[in-house]
Structure formats: C-alpha cells, structure tokens
Write a protein that binds this ligand. Sequence first.
Ligand code: CTP
Length: 412
Amino acid sequence: MVRVDTDGNERAGKGPFRVTLGVSAGISIYKACDLVRRLKERGCEVRVVMTGHAAQMVAPVTFQALSGNAVITDLFTGAGEPSIAHIELAKWEDLLLVAPATANVLGKFARGIADDFLSTHYLATTAPVLLAPAMNGNMWRHPAVRENLKILEERGHVFLQPGRGSLACGDVDEGRLPEPVAIAEEALLLLSKAGDLSGMEVLVTAGPTREALDPVRFLSNRSSGKMGYAVAREALRRGAQVTLISGPTSLEPPRGSRLVPVTTAAEMEAAVAQHFPACQVLVMAAAVADYRAAQILPDKRKKAKGGWTLALEPTADILSNIRGLKKKGQFVCGFAAETEEVKANARKKLEDKGLDLIAANDVSAEGVGFDSDRNALILLWPGGAEERVPETTKAACSRALWDAISEALHGA
Ligand code: CTP
C-alpha cells in the first residue's frame, strides 16, 4: 500500500521515505512508540524491528498497531522467507534508525556480532544509519562504549547526542533519549540529504605535511587529520566520489574513498594539481607546512655543542596556485586555522586565495580544533555572509559544512 505523503516528504517520485526503526531494550522504549507516530506524521513508511528484550518491555502488537506493519522480533519470525527477511528489509529501507540504541546494540554493531535479527540486519544494509543511544551516564562514558561509538562514527553513521536530565536509575546525568520529534526531524534531514552529492567528484585534503630536516627529523604541525577525514566521510555518505589526499595520520581512511597518501607540501601540491581538474568541489582541510628546510641533510645531524640554526624556505601556497586552474562551476573551500582575529584573518584568506567559502576555526580554544574530536566553525562567504557552527563533533561540523556547500551548488 502506498501511503499518502502528508508532509511532501518523498523519495523523488518513488513514494514515501522508508524507515526501519530498530528498538532495543532501554527504559526510554516508551518514546519509541511516539517516534513511530512522529515519523508517520512526516510521511514515512515505518517497519519496526525489536530485540528480544525490547519485546519483553513493550508488546510488539503496540508497534504493529502504530506502524501498520508486522513487527519483526527474531531471525525466524520475520515477514517473508525467514532466512532472508533481514536482506529483504535491507533492500526496502532508505534509513535504519535505532532508538533507543543500548550499549549492547552499539557494541554488536561496532564489532559485527550478528546474533539476532537487528544486528544481522545491520550487517546486511547499505542504507544510512542513524543511532539514538540512551543509557545510564556511567555506561555512556565507559571507555568500551566510547570506543564503539568512535568505530561507528568513523564508519559514517550519525548519532543523536543523548540529553541530560533525570534517568531511569534516578541519577541526573547524560544519557536520556532525545524527544521523538527531534529524532524524527533528524531522520528526515538525513533522508532528504542522502544522495544530495550523488555523482559528484569531491577532492578533500587532510592532515599535516612533514618537511624533513635530515633522515630522522622533520618539521610538522599538530593537525591529526580528523576534520578532513570527517569531511570526506560525510561527502561519501551523501553519495559523492571522494578522493582523499592525506598527509601522515593514524586514521583509518573512510570506506569507499580513494586515498592518496602524501608526506610533504610539495607532494600534496602535485597530488592536488593532478586531481583538481576532475573534481567539482575541493575542500582543503589539510594543515600544509608553510616552510621547509632550505637544505635536507643527507645524514643524521650529530649532536654538537651549541644550537642549530635552521634556514627555512617557503613552500608553495596550494590554494593560491590552484586559482589559475579553476574552471567555471568548480567550488573551492578552504579552512583557516587562527589563534587571533579569527574572522578578520579568515576573511582575508578567503579573498587573497580566491575561495568560494572558508571555514574558520580558532585553534587556540580549549577542547576544540587540533587532535580533538570536536570543533567550532565560522563559515564565511564572499560578500560578507557568515554562519556559525557552534561547538560540536567534527562529524556534525562536516554535516553543516556540506549543507552549506550543497545549498550553494544546488542553488546555483
Ligand atoms: N594552504 C595551502 N597551502 C599552504 C598553506 C595553506 O593551500 N602552503 C591552505 C590550507 O589547506 C587552508 C588554507 O590554505 O585551507 C589556510 O591555511 P592556514 O594554515 O590557515 O593559513 P596560511 O595560508 O598558511 O596563512 P598563515 O599561516 O599565515 O595563517
């Protein structure tokens, strides 16, 4: 049955958005009942999968009545051929949303343990995944949970940050499931954005560069590459083909990206020059060294009395040089790492380098920027427009950045 779309939320002529709602056993499960209604109000078709424990907390028939579809509770009672129902569902859905997502479900998803319908289905799906964790505050902060969240985030899944407030255990802490309307809105946002970069060639640079002094020493900077990798991951999630030119980092390249590893600023410049002509969007998130040793010693410099005075020479400015190669329709976004006069300095870089957008960040601010999982950005456009992205995860910063770029591209 094709449902009437009450809110105009359609998959480009293919009918209403199809959401699989995975429900695991958290006390906030009662909110999942309302979430089904909120999704349906927004024109989504919803199928519910419950874990065994969840089905002991709320009878599946409740979700069946709310969703209008049979509820799947285990591997062998699903609709369709029992052995392939998890695959059928994967082909059907546009989004896998899990709310509440318990620590157990996050752990199984992160490690690929497939011992019930929901965790088996997770491995079978290629749809975007939105997770709304809810648990006790100590559980939420436990290193095991943090590690699993990191794995899932690096895999490109999106999280809703649990809220702070009174929890089922009586504590006032972090760990509450967000309100159903907020979850439904986030789901719709993801569904409408999924594929908005489809078919687009995107080039992202990330990480620091290293400039050798001798065979064992180098000059570099504190960039971890996390921001650029998050930008690449988000572009992939939205359907782009992504080439990631990366300086040395300890990060896993996002699945599906074409990684071009480089070490020096000169190597990064050559790689950008090679890949730029084929891309529609370049996001230059790398922290490129501005200076290199005028002379690289062929052997390790021996310790000697007194100091060591280095002669440095400038490296090429990659973005400024790309300016001459830029064709109509190509979009170039830079980053500005600043410690003072953030906006004024970033705006000057936007103009001097002829950029379409610059994302400024204050790298001296506590808890954000270099090597952190969090960041805060100011997006500056030619002509004076600006948009603030308040402190959040680098994944969420990347979503805001691509929202802005996508709007500019599609509006153009
Ligand atoms: N960038 C570049 N080539 C360089 C240095 C920087 O393409 N040799 C790019 C960065 O990737 C970033 C932007 O230029 O997108 C701004 O980099 P940033 O380090 O903030 O500024 P710089 O131009 O190096 O200027 P300064 O160090 O004086 O702030």
